[in-house]
Design a protein around this ligand. Structure first.
Ligand code: ADP
Ligand code: ASP
Ligand code: MG
Length: 437
């Protein structure tokens, strides 16, 4: 029987009580042979994630300052889990090694990875599973690029040698053993890699909500769970800000056709969300699947009379951004205008150089930057065939008293994307959900 890979997120492993829930879940299905663990997350809204504490230790250490305050908080988090569960584990030995390394040669990714490393070791000890260090199987280049095929080969080999194992999420290493991490929330990616490498029949992603919700529950209370969703819809929603699953966690399992099931550790009987290539017939008619969004965008707006006659104008504009390492997110165009929506943080890091190059190379009639944009994506396979969805979205936003600053329809007809002022973001999402949810 093919195994199940189960990834448990930070809140699912935040304290001993959560570890007990995880054990019950694991024992309930013998197929749950490979587990991926996150670092302890928040126990309540006032709490701190161990990963955040580790980043703070690193930053203090790198500045040559005393990091004992966050370090002792980390010690206490793990000590409590060990004590409450009655585990035998040399925490002081493990922590003094980490502290030593932080003092002698502080490395940011190494520091951040230790939350997953320690938590996975504790979970393995608690369940009697083997511990399989991601540093030995998840491969990066020395400059931090993830190596998918080499990882798959190494991870498949390592997993084939163990019947049951816990793997720490979020990190791997290069050939010299230097640790590299994925971006934040990256344990979801490790889970997907393990599912592919193990030839799993299912990738379970256990978290603190009962699946993918129609929208962010921090903006709209009880938005309703999406029972089934396709990989493509999920990718759109997670890329645009539905942070329940890391946006890169879809690829490894999609290629292998392994379904993902997002589940709630605190309500294990809820069926959660199933993610696969196709929807069951009963849901195939659905028009809008979900709404997601993010703040932190800017739009570079370029105007030039007869731009339409200048072959390659858009390409040259995008090349200028690319040359400065700024990826573009959306690019709505008119006859004599083109806007490029970019991540504000990466754009601001090289803003004046980019604007200078645009002036020099493209000689626009007008060049401006719109700041403080939030982008909202309304996503659903059914939108391609349904009439009037865009009109309903736009009037919902207008009814919420919000001005739309940009519109872009993805070429797949899978989404409609609108840009609004950051200050209007929550209101616009609420308005859209009232009209379409
Ligand atoms: P974990 O620690 O288990 O990886 P995360 O905090 O990364 O969990 O993701 C779960 C959280 O994602 C939820 O608690 C919720 O606040 C947030 N979230 C944002 N958008 C959505 C959405 N559309 N559906 C579900 N959860 C969402
Ligand atoms: N612990 C890491 C983070 O907080 C990775 C994860 O939880 O997936 O981002
Ligand atoms: Mg997460």
């Amino acid at each position: 029987m093919q195994p199940i890979v189960a990834k448990f997120g930070g809140s699912s492993l935040a304290d001993a009580g959560q570890f007990r829930k995880v054990r019950d879940i694991v024992l309930a299905n013998a197929g749950r042979r490979y587990l991926v663990a996150s670092a302890p997350g928040r126990r309540d809204s006032a709490d701190q994630k161990v990963t955040d504490l580790l980043y703070r230790c690193h930053d203090l250490a790198a500045a040559g300052q005393d990091f004992s305050d966050p370090f002792n908080q980390i010690r206490e988090r793990f000590a409590e889990i060990i004590r409450d569960l009655g585990l035998t584990f040399d925490l002081d030995g493990a922590l003094s090694q980490i502290a030593q390394k932080l003092k002698s040669a502080p490395e940011r990714d190494y520091a951040a990875s230790r939350g997953e490393y320690l938590n996975a070791r504790l979970l393995a000890a608690y369940l009697g599973y083997d511990f399989l260090d991601a540093a030995d199987a998840v491969r990066f280049t020395p400059d931090g690029r993830f190596l998918a095929e080499e990882t798959n080969a190494r991870l498949s080999d390592a997993l084939s040698r163990v019947e049951r194992a816990v793997i720490p999420g979020f990190y791997g290493a290069d050939a010299a053993g230097t640790i590299h991490t994925f971006s934040r929330g990256g344990s979801d990616v490790t889970g997907a890699l393990a599912a592919r490498a193990a030839g799993a029949r299912l990738y379970e992603n256990w978290t603190d909500v009962s699946g993918m919700l129609f929208t962010d529950p921090r903006i709209v209370p009880d938005p309703g769970t999406i029972r089934h969703i396709t990989y493509r819809e999920l990718r759109e929603l997670s890329y645009m800000g539905a942070s329940v699953l890391h946006e890169d966690a879809v690829f490894p399992v999609r290629a292998a056709g392994i379904p993902i099931n997002i589940r709630n550790t605190n309500r294990p009987d809820d069926p959660g969300t199933m993610i696969s290539h196709d929807l069951p017939a009963a849901e195939a008619q659905r028009v809008v699947t979900g709404v997601a969004g993010r703040k932190g965008f800017a739009a570079v707006q370029v105007e030039l009379s007869l731009m339409n006659n200048e072959v390659g104008f858009g390409a040259r504009l995008l090349n200028i951004l690319a040359a400065h390492g700024v990826p573009f997110e959306h690019c709505p165009t008119g006859i004599d205008t083109i806007s490029v929506v970019v991540d504000a943080e990466s754009f601001n890091a090289c803003r004046s150089a980019v604007l200078r190059q645009i002036e020099l190379q493209l000689h626009p009639d007008h060049l401006s930057v719109e700041e403080g944009l939030a982008m909202i994506a309304v996503v659903g396979h059914g939108m391609g065939g349904a009439k009037g969805v865009a009109a309903r979205v736009f009037s919902a936003v207008a009814d919420a008293g919000v001005n739309i600053r940009m519109i872009d329809q993805g070429s797949s007809e899978l989404n409609i994307i609108i840009g609004v002022d950051e200050a209007d973001y929550e209101n616009a999402v609420r308005g859209i959900c009232r009209a379409l949810g």
